[in-house]
Ligand binder design. Structure first.
Ligand code: NAD
Length: 434
């Protein structure tokens, strides 16, 4: 699982050699830790066009002080007021002089407005921000990330800005995130925002699911670690370590929803659909069992249990559903027609259900779409394909399970009610897919 190349390029001879040979030079990413909870440095707030967003108080609440004369750790460019091509020149004028000096592992966040269907000049200029963001993400290097947030209300986007402007979003780059109208109250971003909430993490016994369970527990949630009976030992170990409970259950069983409801008589706040399997073969060689089993675990059981837990009210108002897609469901992948279909199905589920679930149940529905994440699943991939998967992204390295976990924790946050129907890739801006 260890990325030896990343360690090698962190040494002086490694840096020298890889530079001479023109090889990728991944930067060691700064991730969240209790000793390092914030970015190292200040924030630069820039504006292009005439903005009416009222961003300053929200940025002040993130706790990142203004950048002094040193390099900024974070740059926020408010481009919500850009309505035509002329105003786009202000985007260039604002970022051109500062981009070189953004600190390693720093953040650039561009803020845009929703596209105006009645004004194609505004829509062209705002869509241009997307191409700009994705291109800057590909060239900025040194572990720095660039993301675009489309919003109309700065306060509704506070939890999103806090996430993107922190070490928690180390492997999220080149993303476009839409934040809708404010929903409910926006509680302060305390250290344990999920206190009093119950989270169910499917496939929580290992890999990404184990990291998600750990991060939600860190944020105060009571975690229920669900996994198949064969994974009993691991599931109990994880649950015990986190002060949670284990629930041994195959998600594909017809009565999975009823059994979850029975195990959680006080209800559930966070439903995290993480369990997933691969059974790779090219379509010409794929027997129907492989097709059916992947579609069953990754999609059909997600649909069935979600329906059941929403219908019987187990999933409470103010709740969150976070499903797990994959870049394979967005870009496609040879040998994974079954897996790609199942993960694209998750994207369809999220887009269709999100507005109705919010209207009818007060629950948001989003997905994380991991790219290459260092787990047992990817350690089993043959060496050359694995190496290609690791390097083919803007950060030139694989992500860690905790990167998916931090993204899930942001979507699960009580203040993230305005983030709904989003599919957020945790892929270091993979070159595969959009
Ligand atoms: P993993 O194989 O390490 O862990 C998956 C867990 O799900 C296991 O504990 C397994 O026992 C459990 N599980 C499988 N079928 C189940 C069922 N029917 N009922 C209950 N539990 C079940 O996988 P991972 O790498 O941690 O991946 C987690 C999720 O992220 C999956 O949905 C996967 O498709 C997705 N994903 C992973 C990557 C990656 O690079 N690792 C990339 C994209 C998407």
């Amino acid at each position: 699982m260890a990325d030896r190349y990343l360690r090698f390029t962190g040494t002086a001879p490694g840096r020298f050699l890889t530079r001479r040979l023109g090889l990728p030079q991944p930067a060691a990413l700064t991730r969240w830790s209790p000793d390092r909870p914030a970015l190292d440095g200040g924030l630069l707030h820039l504006t292009a066009g005439r903005s009416a967003l009222g961003l300053a108080p929200v940025l002040a609440r993130t706790g990142i002080g203004p950048a002094g004369s040193g390099p900024a750790a974070a740059v926020v460019l408010d481009a919500t007021g850009v309505r035509d091509v002329e105003a786009l020149a202000e985007v260039h004028a604002a970022l051109h002089p500062v981009v070189r000096s953004v600190a390693p592992s720093g953040r650039v966040v561009v803020l845009g407005a929703p596209l105006d269907p009645a004004d194609h000049h505004q829509a062209a200029a705002q869509q241009a921000l997307e191409g700009f963001t994705r291109s800057l993400g590909k060239e900025i290097g040194r572990g720095r990330t660039v993301n675009l947030v489309r919003l109309t209300d700065a306060a509704a986007a506070e939890s999103t800005l806090r996430f993107l402007l922190s070490p928690k979003s180390a492997y999220v780059s080149g993303q476009v995130i839409e934040v809708g109208a404010p929903q409910g109250t926006v509680p302060p971003d305390g250290d344990r925002p999920l206190t009093g909430r119950t989270a169910l993490v499917t496939g929580g016994a290992r890999g990404i699911g184990e990291a998600v369970a750990g991060t939600l527990a860190r944020d105060g949630a009571h975690v229920v670690v669900l996994d198949v009976p064969q994974a009993e030992q691991d599931a109990r170990r994880v649950a015990e370590r986190l002060g949670g409970t284990a629930l041994l259950l195959d998600m594909t069983s017809a009565d999975a929803g009823a059994r979850i409801a029975e195990a959680l008589p006080d209800g559930l706040d966070l439903l995290i659909h993480n369990a997933g399997v691969t059974r790779d073969r090219r379509l010409v060689n794929m027997p129907s069992e492989r097709w059916i089993s992947v579609l069953e675990v990754n999609l059909a059981s997600v649909l069935r249990t979600t329906d059941a837990l929403l219908k019987d009210g187990t999933l409470k108002r103010g709740g969150r559903i976070v499903a797990t897609a994959s870049i394979a469901g967005i870009a496609g992948n040879a040998g994974q027609t079954n897996y790609g279909a199942s993960k694209a199905g998750v994207v369809g589920l999220v887009r269709s259900l999100a507005p109705r679930a919010l209207d009818e149940h007060g629950v948001t529905v989003n997905a994380v779409a991991p790219g290459f994440i260092e787990t047992r699943m990817t350690a089993a991939v043959p060496l050359f394909i694995r190496e290609a998967g690791r390097r083919m992204n803007s950060l030139a390295q694989g992500g860690l399970p905790v990167d998916v976990a931090e993204t899930t924790a942001w979507l699960a946050h009580p203040a993230s009610g305005a983030v709904n129907g989003q599919v957020v890739r945790v892929c270091g801006q993979s070159l595969l897919g959009a």
